[in-house]
Design a protein around this ligand. Structure first.
Ligand SMILES: *[C@@H]1O[C@H](CO)[C@@H](O)[C@H](O)[C@H]1NC(C)=O
Ligand SMILES: *[C@@H]1O[C@H](CO)[C@@H](O)[C@H](O)[C@H]1NC(C)=O
Ligand SMILES: *[C@@H]1O[C@H](CO)[C@@H](O)[C@H](O)[C@H]1NC(C)=O
Length: 364
């Protein structure tokens, strides 16, 4: 039985186009739990308030023996500040429940045309239509990473409906055969969200983005711990948010937004990932090659030497674990007026802490 379940779960990645109607119904039933109340956000996306103990993550066979980390629950009693949470865009959930974006059949169909834009990247993009401009952080003494955080600016960008643009923090355990990663950030991704709002995002994989993991709540994995903050909720654009992903002493990877716990990736889901070999931060974009042009990244302005020109920033960058950290910028488009990444402060003591700028208008 366990084998059958496992193969069902592992087949829910990357092969959704092959799912029959029956499989899809079954998956929707698994993802959309009975709810206490539900509400729509400003753009009509439905969130269901689900009993915190009955989240889809607990259906995952690897979480059979996992108990909700209630010791973290001290952090869930307060409603988040209204400026960031769902409360500012539609509603929030009653005590003891968490808001989960309802998955529609269209979402599963769309996800089968999965965009590669979530992938960790090194120096070259091997995927047509995928581009990035990032800073890569490495430990200089081999001590691995236990987490990372940054203050990230949130932008709204206009581009073709098939394109996607992300700003994210990736903690990756870059094993040769099966890179494992936990990620958080914002995305504008019409494939996944069905609209072009800037939305809060989490992502995970345990096999280098092959068959496991997913964005947000599109597969069982991420455990929600907050009544008012959830993956897929719209973020207020033109503001900054603090994004933070940390391993705790029990081996869970916790995701915070503005220092509030949103939820966590349980250790068993991420293959017991005990640390990261690298932290990556910055932007990535994807557009189908047929569009022949790349969408804007960051604020749509490319950082260039000289006076500050409005390029998007990550500030107060902090990586946790190693005593000393080396970094370098990397991007796969040589023309700096299209996309660029530029470290602007290497000192935690300055007004922006360790900081970099990234992004660009895109183009062809
Ligand atoms: C929800 O929990 C908070 C914190 O424990 C409490 O202050 C509040 O009164 C509760 N609300 C309801 C409707 O029970
Ligand atoms: C991933 O790779 C590591 C080391 O190479 C191995 O120990 C682990 O079993 C692998 N996990 C999976 C799910 O393949
Ligand atoms: C870089 O891209 C810009 C905008 O597309 C273009 O005007 C410029 O000629 C390009 N520069 C080089 C060196 O290709």
């Amino acid at each position: 039985m366990v084998m059958i379940l496992l193969s069902f779960f592992s087949s829910t990645r990357g092969r959704r186009s092959m799912l029959s109607e029956d499989d899809m119904e079954r998956e929707l039933k698994m993802l959309n739990k009975p709810y206490v109340i539900s509400f729509k956000d400003n753009s009509g996306v439905v969130f269901d308030c689900v009993d915190i103990y009955k989240q889809p993550a607990f259906d995952h066979p690897l979480l059979k023996d996992h108990k909700l980390q209630v010791r973290l629950a001290v952090r869930i009693t307060s409603q988040p500040s209204s400026s960031t949470g769902l409360a500012s865009t539609g509603g929030s959930c009653p005590n003891g429940t968490v808001p989960i974006r309802r998955t529609l059949k269209e979402d599963l169909v769309r996800e089968s045309a999965r965009s590669p834009v979530y992938k960790q990247t090194k120096d070259t993009s091997t995927v047509d239509g995928l581009h990035f401009a990032r800073v890569l952080f490495n430990s200089n003494d081999g001590t691995p990473f236990q987490g990372a955080s940054a203050v990230v600016e949130v932008y709204q960008l206009a581009f073709p409906p098939d394109a996607a643009s992300l700003a994210q923090i990736i903690v990756v355990d870059d094993r040769p055969t099966n890179a494992t990663a936990v990620q958080t950030g914002w995305h504008i991704d019409t494939y996944l969200e069905g609209d072009s709002q800037t939305r809060f995002m989490v992502f995970w994989t345990v096999d280098n983005y092959q068959e496991t993991g997913c964005a947000n709540m599109l597969c069982p994995g991420f455990v929600l711990m907050n009544q008012g903050l959830t993956p897929g909720m719209a973020l207020p654009t033109g503001t900054t948010v603090t994004m933070d992903i940390e391993r705790d002493e029990s081996g869970n990877w916790l995701v915070f937004l503005n220092t509030e716990l949103v939820g966590y990736f349980p250790g068993p889901i991420v293959n017991g990932m005990s640390s990261g070999t690298q932290v990556q931060m910055g932007g990535s974009v994807y557009s189908p090659p047929s569009l022949n042009t790349s969408p804007p990244m960051g604020s749509g302005v490319s950082p260039l030497p000289g006076p500050y020109n409005g390029a998007a920033k990550f500030t107060q960058v902090s990586c946790h674990g190693p005593k000393g950290i080396t970094y370098r910028t990397t991007k796969d488009v040589a023309n700096s007026t299209i996309y660029n990444a530029m470290v602007t402060s290497t000192s935690p003591d300055g007004p922006e802490g360790v900081a970099f700028q990234y992004g660009g208008p895109g183009g062809s």
